[in-house]
Design a protein around this ligand. Structure first.
Ligand code: BES
Ligand code: MN
Ligand code: ZN
Length: 495
């Protein structure tokens, strides 16, 4: 997406489509009547013929208008309310972006001042860019199919502002939106790829590529390296698979003080989760290719951070493995020793996410991070609790949790806190090890986080369960690019 910001609107500007935000008014405002006059009274005729009353999110299009440079004129209503919340603005833009995609428009000019009056230019520009990015996204099938969809052509966007001050706010918002789009596109691509293409080795190579293109330091630990570190829990999961596990470490150093303590993001990279010996039912098992969406969020967020050159240090840690049944796979009742020294009784081999995350979290201690956030498609139970709309968040530090909740609200990538308490932790008692890897049939999302809490005592930590939000829901079987927006916002807010 190419984005141009202007500090005024020139009606003669050549463009595929001029989009103008309109507020309901008996009499047209100065700008609106200028447009009406230039187009020979077209606005009045549209108000008449289509009953365009500028109610919120209403869209009307005129083809080949006279008197202006645009080949089309699109009016979008802002409604009567004095203020519009960000969610309403985003849903207005989602409608607009869909109409633009459907019409195949590539060069679009926006005058959104009527919307800016109800919010602010930075928010408006950011969410416009994000909505357009979501609507334009196209997964290119792997392996490449002749009949498969082609990549969307690049959009050219011109944002016309009221003055220089607004133009600089628009530039800032559009920059954030663009970076988040890049991150989401990458996360969607990785998530949508089939499990036989996107393996732990593929993710590791992808990280090395990104390291070269975006100046990140990349380190990939092999199974041998992990075994030397004592990662018995992680390796027990990958044992049942022929694809070797990888621990991918990505370092972004943007802070002035290169020694400043980093923020760490730890993402579950289960490239296919069949459940292991505790095999999952066949229906929808294909969706377990998305079980690496936590890892994809870490990739996407680091890309966004690097694109914005945020003045902050960030570490990405990705434990990546498959979880398959095999003659030497984990069996229910097996006991393994984690890198922390704590032993784990594996009562269900399908609760594997926590088994790979716990060793990655212990490994993360060596970076002496300010905060650690792990992101994982960890439990089906979070979908029961919060649906596909909201991620679950839990942690050992209310400050980190609150910062994440706030970032969720700003970015519209929402999260909701669930409690971690002793009474739940009791559910993880084992007769044969320090911990059991499951906590029984109730409060599955919470007991999963409780399990992780035994491996995060040395730092300020929060856990995001994105099993509901990373794919699916109304959008169908498609990766959503979440949690890139909330994580990127969290890091922007730390700068
Ligand atoms: N990757 C799954 C979680 C999941 C399930 C995400 C369905 C999205 C949809 C995870 O590894 C898993 O299997 N969790 C089990 C835990 C249980 C055995 C305690 C689950 O949620 O059923
Ligand atoms: Mn599982
Ligand atoms: Zn899983």
């Amino acid at each position: 997406m190419k984005i141009q910001i202007k500090s005024s609107l020139n009606l003669a500007l050549k463009t595929d489509c001029l989009v103008v935000a309109f507020k309901p008014a008996k009499k047209l405002g100065t700008q609106q009547s200028e447009l009406n006059t230039a187009t020979g009274g077209l606005i009045n005729r549209l108000q008449d013929a289509e009953q365009f009353d500028a109610s919120q999110s209403q869209i009307t299009t005129a083809l080949a208008p006279e008197g202006i440079g645009g080949k089309r004129l699109m009016l979008v209503g802002t409604g009567d309310d004095k203020k519009m919340n960000t969610e309403d603005i985003r849903s207005l833009f989602d409608g607009l972006a869909k109409a633009i995609k459907q019409a195949g428009l590539l060069d679009i000019t926006f005058d959104l001042n009527a919307l800016v009056a109800k919010s602010d230019m930075e928010t408006v520009a950011r969410h416009l860019v994000e909505s357009l990015g979501d609507a334009q996204y196209q997964y290119i099938m792997q392996p490449k199919s002749v009949r498969g969809p082609k990549a969307s052509k690049d959009l050219k966007l011109t944002l016309c502002c009221a003055d220089r001050k607004q133009a600089s706010a628009a530039k800032k918002g559009a920059g954030i939106g663009h970076a988040i789009n890049s991150g989401k596109d990458l996360a969607k691509n990785l998530g949508n790829m089939p499990g036989n293409v996107c393996t732990p080795t593929y993710l590791a190579n992808q990280a090395k590529k990104m390291g070269k293109s975006h100046g990140l330091k990349i380190k990939v630990l092999s199974e041998k390296d992990m075994s030397e570190l004592g990662m018995g829990s992680l390796l027990s999961v990958s044992k049942g698979s022929r694809e070797p596990a990888k621990l991918i470490v990505m370092e972004y150093k943007g802070a002035k003080n290169k020694k400043e303590a980093p923020h760490a993001l730890v993402g579950k990279g289960l490239t296919f989760d069949a459940g292991g010996i505790s095999l999952k039912p066949a229906g929808k098992m294909d969706e377990m290719k998305y079980d690496m969406c936590g890892a994809a969020s870490v990739f996407g967020t680091l890309l966004a951070v690097a694109e914005m050159q945020l003045p902050i240090n960030v570490i990405g840690v990705i434990p990546s493995s498959e979880n398959l049944p095999d003659g030497i796979a984990n069996k229910p009742g097996d006991v393994v020793t984690s890198m922390s020294g704590q032993t784990i009784e594996i009562l269900n081999t399908d609760a594997e996410g926590r088994l790979i995350l716990c060793d990655a979290l212990t490994y993360t201690e060596r970076f002496k991070p300010q905060t650690v956030i792990d992101i994982a498609t960890l439990t089906g139970a979070v979908i029961v609790a919060l649906g596909h709309q909201t991620a679950g968040v839990m942690g050992n530090d209310q400050g980190v949790v609150d910062d994440l909740l706030a970032a969720g609200n700003t970015s519209l990538d929402h999260a909701w806190q669930l409690p971690i308490k002793e009474t739940y932790k009791k559910q993880l008692k084992s007769d044969y090890a320090d911990l059991a890897n499951i906590g029984g049939p109730t409060a599955g999302t919470i007991t999963a986080a409780c399990f992780l809490s035994y491996f995060t005592e040395k730092f300020r930590w929060a856990h995001l369960d994105i099993a509901g939000t990373a794919w699916g829901g109304a959008a169908g079987k498609k990766a959503s690019g979440r949690a890139v927006p909330i994580l990127t916002q969290y890091l922007i807010d730390r700068c």
